[in-house]
Design a protein around this ligand. Structure first.
Ligand code: PXP
Length: 267
């Protein structure tokens, strides 16, 4: 008989609702309305990122979402003292510490856990004393997991961006994916090897983190095509997905887009 596999939770990142609102600088669409739809459609968590430049989610959005959410709220933020002071006052269920660069389009890589060790240590202490769970968004390496454990984080979120990019290069018909392959000058076989390596790195680091007692999430670039091999990794218990769900919702509606992803996130 097979053992029952641990459930995998879906966190829906609704920053993109605020991106659309900011395109017009008005109050529509309201991320708070997205929260209600996602929760009703089966999302287990809402994820938002309060960026230093406030390019999408504002303090007021975070405040209203945290105050009224029927599901857990995971607030992504930089390891900046001013932001951490605001996050502490907002009091989300969890804070996920992410690297932040002003010029980036989206979070480009995991935290430099070694380089920012002392800052992360102090930030985790501050969040713990405010009784906020801490997660570190890290690249899938054993070293980053060991450091996260040593730092006393409760969660790690493994960056799946490299895997997602390679998956798109291998399977997507989009022209820019093919330009990327041309730039890397990879054969189809080499691309397959890289994709396997990227997936193995996620699998191995998830298992290692789990064996150390860390809770393991994953996210970035996951979509309706590439999510299944990640769902199959038992030691990952949560996925945070934004872009692909909101993109699909334009055509199918948010409730249906969340339900469809939730169906894929079953074991
Ligand atoms: N997890 C983290 C830590 C992120 O920064 C993001 C992007 O904001 C996501 C998950 C979701 O990524 P995507 O929008 O590509 O699904």
């Amino acid at each position: 008989m097979h053992a029952v596999k641990p459930k995998i939770d879906l966190g829906v990142n609704i920053d993109h609702i605020a991106v659309l609102r900011e395109a017009r600088k008005i109050n529509d669409p309201d991320p708070l309305m997205a929260l209600a739809v996602c929760a009703q459609a089966g999302a287990d968590q809402i994820t938002i990122h309060l960026r230093e430049d406030r390019r999408h989610i504002h303090d007021d959005d975070a405040h209203r979402i945290i105050a009224s959410s029927p599901i857990l709220v995971n607030l992504e933020c930089a390891i900046d003292p001013e932001i951490i002071r605001i996050v502490t006052a907002l009091h989300p269920h969890r804070a996920t510490l992410v690297p932040e660069k002003r010029a980036e389009v989206t979070t480009e890589g995991g935290l430099d856990v070694m380089g920012s060790y002392e800052t992360i240590l102090n930030t985790i202490k501050t969040l713990k004393s405010a009784e906020i769970e801490t997660s570190l968004f890290i690249d899938p390496t054993l070293e980053a997991v060991d450091l996260s454990h040593k730092l006393g984080a409760q969660w790690v979120e493994l960056h799946t961006g490299t895997y997602a990019n390679l998956y798109a290069m291998r399977y997507s018909a989009l022209p820019h994916s093919h330009h990327a392959i041309d730039e890397l000058r990879l054969t189809r076989h080499e691309l397959d090897e890289r994709l396997t390596q990227a997936l193995d790195a996620i699998k191995n680091t998830a298992e290692h983190a789990h064996s150390l007692g860390l809770k393991v999430a994953a996210g970035h670039g996951l979509n309706y095509q590439n999510v299944m091999p990640i769902v199959a990794i038992d030691t990952i218990t949560e996925l945070n997905i934004g872009q692909s769900i909101i993109a699909r919702s334009i055509f199918t509606g948010l409730s249906s887009a969340v339900k469809e992803m939730k169906n894929l996130c079953q074991r």
